[in-house]
Each structure stands twice: as structure tokens, then as C-alpha cells.
Design a protein around this ligand. Structure first.
Ligand code: PEP
Ligand code: MN
Length: 344
């Protein structure tokens, strides 16, 4: 941490600051410049830094305080410089193979789920997605089938030997959803629901953590830190676009954030091109861009008939479009040293 003093700060003030910092157990180094005195201090306890900076900023002779080290530890790249992987049954996320999670936004009935699962699996998807608890912006939207949907998801996943992912929105549902799903998804609206993050942390189950649509990269990583601090390192970050002034696309896919997350954290990072764009005809090119930029996988919405979907039809791929997308992705994956599961 570096403390820059106001130009008028005198020896008496430097002395009282020194006493204060040494009293906190910090080593200090004073550098007297022509205009400003700068105090460097080493050894602050991690959790204290933010608060200590605030206290120091409250001193009238302090101009500003610069925190040097990152506020997250467990999910930071330095914790596992080689990167970490999340293993879900026989699927490894963060390794050489790109992981494609695909399925309907929302499970509408067992037949549409099974048909979609068969189609996406044969095209080369590794994980089946399907919402049972949907946190829509409008209270009038379809909010999913709840536990009945979870049962369908677990059943179809079992039949096809495919791991499944679904969203959990409420701390009260975490235990129940964990019984049916291999991966717990924290949606964009819940990225800062800290009680929920802690609860999924306690389960030890793999978690896909969507970036909040108005969250800083640092806030996203701190949300992951909440999960890791409960002993759960099975975390996959998911960039799904952020809000902007643009209305043509549903969100702005923040490719810089995807790259930054991979540089700042050891956790695998996947991309959701469906919610990022809101437009089916943009999903393939965006997926190619995300893979080229280093994404470890994709989370894609696929529906048997997007024109009748109860949720997110405009961004859902048909079976054919999904199959074509994976064919187009293959050479991009190869170009960046990754592979895709073969279609069957
Ligand atoms: C979803 O995957 O259907 C979803 C709602 O994602 P997000 O929370 O990122 O909007
Ligand atoms: Mn959706």
C-alpha cells in the first residue's frame, strides 16, 4: 500500500502517521519528494487493506492511498499459476477440450428436453443445460417448472450419461437443486447475492458464476472468492455480456473481460453467446470470437422450435444451427490449441 501525503504535510504529521502504521504491525518506507511525501507500507493483513485505506483517506494530510495487491486471493492467478480445472463426471472444464453446455433456456416439458438433449449430444455438446427456476426480469414471464423440471433434467441427463447444469436462485433451494444437478448456475441477477454464493460454496458442487450485467471484473472475482472461501474451488466463470446504451443486441459481450478473467484468475472461463447477443444469428460468430480469445467453453441455448419457445426464443439455436455452429467452431478451436468433442 502506498500513501501519498498532501504537499503541506509536515514532520509532525509524518511522525504521527508512522506511529499509527507501526502500531498496526506494518513496515514502512518514507520517501520525501519535492512536493509530496510518499509512505510505502508492507505487511498489511489482507482483509484489513480496504478498511485501512479508508481510515487513512480520512486523515486531512493524506492525498490518496493506493492498494497494490489484489483484494481476492484464492481465485487469483497467483494461487494456481498453471490454471485450474473443474471436473464434472467425465467432463473436464479448463483443459485442452472446449466444453459446450447446451440446451433450452427453460425446460418446458420432458419431451422437448429429451429431444434437445439427444440433438445437442450428437452434435458434440458435453453438458446439458435447462432452467427450472428462471429469474426473469418480468414477473409475468414463464418462471420454469421448479422441482418437476429438475426431475426431468436429472432423468434425461442420466439416460444420456450427460452432466447437467441448472440455475439456483434462492438459498432455500440450494440443497434440493444440488440433489438433481451436477453443476449449479448462479445467474447474472444473483452474482451479488452473497448469502447464495456462500450457500453454493458450502455444497462443494461445481458452480458456474455468471458475471453480473453491471459488475466490474474485480467484483465478479470477489463473488467467486465468496464461494472459494467456503472451501469450494469448483468454480467456472461465465461472461454473458453487460448492459450498455446499445439496444440492437441484448447485452454487450465483453471480450476484454473474458481475457482479463483468464489472466487475473486461475479459474476456467466460459462464454454465453446467447444472452450476450439475444440474437440467434449472432451466436455462432460470437462463439468463434470467444473461443479465439481463449474461452474454456460455451453455454448456449438450443430449442426444438425457437419460434414457439416460452423463453428466449430469439436467441435460441435450432438443432441444425447448433450442429452447424460446432462444425464452424472446430477449426477455430484447433487454431488455439483446443479440441471439440466429436459429433456422433
Ligand atoms: C440463463 O442461462 O438462462 C440465464 C438467465 O443466464 P443469465 O443469468 O446470465 O441471464
Ligand atoms: Mn435464457
Amino acid at each position: 500500500m502506498i500513501i501519498v501525503l498532501n504537499s503541506g504535510a509536515g514532520e509532525a504529521q509524518i511522525g504521527s502517521l508512522t506511529t499509527f502504521l507501526e502500531g498496526r504491525g506494518l513496515d514502512i518506507h518514507i520517501s520525501r519528494g519535492v512536493e509530496h511525501t510518499v509512505v510505502g507500507c508492507i505487511g498489511a493483513v489482507d482483509e484489513d487493506k480496504q478498511n485501512l485505506a479508508e481510515q487513512l483517506n480520512a486523515l486531512p494530510y493524506v492525498d490518496r492511498v493506493v492498494i497494490i495487491s489484489k483484494p481476492y486471493k484464492m481465485v487469483g492467478r497467483a494461487f494456481a499459476p498453471e490454471g485450474s480445472q473443474v471436473q464434472v463426471k467425465d467432463v473436464c472444464i479448463g483443459g485442452g477440450q472446449l466444453v459446450v453446455m447446451a440446451g433450452p433456456c427453460t425446460i418446458e416439458n420432458e419431451q422437448m428436453l429429451r429431444d434437445t438433449a439427444v440433438a445437442v449430444q450428437s452434435a458434440g455438446a458435453n453438458v446439458l443445460r435447462g432452467g427450472a427456476f428462471k429469474p426473469s426480469t418480468s414477473p409475468y414471464s414463464f418462471h420454469g417448472l421448479g422441482q418437476a423440471g429438475l426431475k426431468m433434467l436429472a432423468q434425461v441427463g442420466k439416460e444420456l450419461n450427460m452432466p447437467v447444469i441448472t440455475e439456483v436462485m434462492d438459498t432455500r433451494d440450494v440443497e434440493m437443486v444440488s440433489q438433481y444437478s451436477d453443476i449449479l448456475q448462479i445467474g447474472t441477477r444473483n452474482m451479488t447475492n452473497f448469502a447464495l454464493l456462500q450457500e453454493v460454496g458450502r455444497t462443494g458442487k461445481p458452480v458456474v458464476l455468471e458475471r453480473g450485467w453491471a459488475s466490474l471484473i474485480e467484483e465478479w472475482l470477489l463473488a467467486a472468492e465468496y464461494i472459494a472461501l467456503r472451501g469450494n474451488f469448483q468454480i467456472i466463470l461465465c461472461e454473458r455480456g453487460v448492459r450498455s446504451f446499445e439496444t440492437y443486441t441484448r447485452n454487450i459481450f465483453d471480450i476484454s473481460a473474458l481475457i482479463a478473467a483468464r489472466q487475473l484468475s486461475h479459474l476456467p472461463v466460459i462464454a454465453d453467446p446467447s444472452h450476450a447477443t439475444g440474437r440467434a444469428n449472432m451466436v455462432t460468430p460470437l462463439s468463434m470470437a470467444a473461443v479465439a480469445a481463449g474461452a474454456d467453453g460455451l453455454l448456449v441455448e438450443v430449442h426444438p422450435s425457437p419460434e414457439t419457445a416460452l423463453n428466449d426464443g430469439a436467441q435460441s439455436l435450432s438443432f441444425k444451427a447448433f450442429e452447424q455452429m460446432l462444425q464452424k467452431l472446430a477449426p477455430v478451436a484447433t487454431a488455439v490449441g483446443r479440441s471439440l468433442k466429436a459429433s456422433s
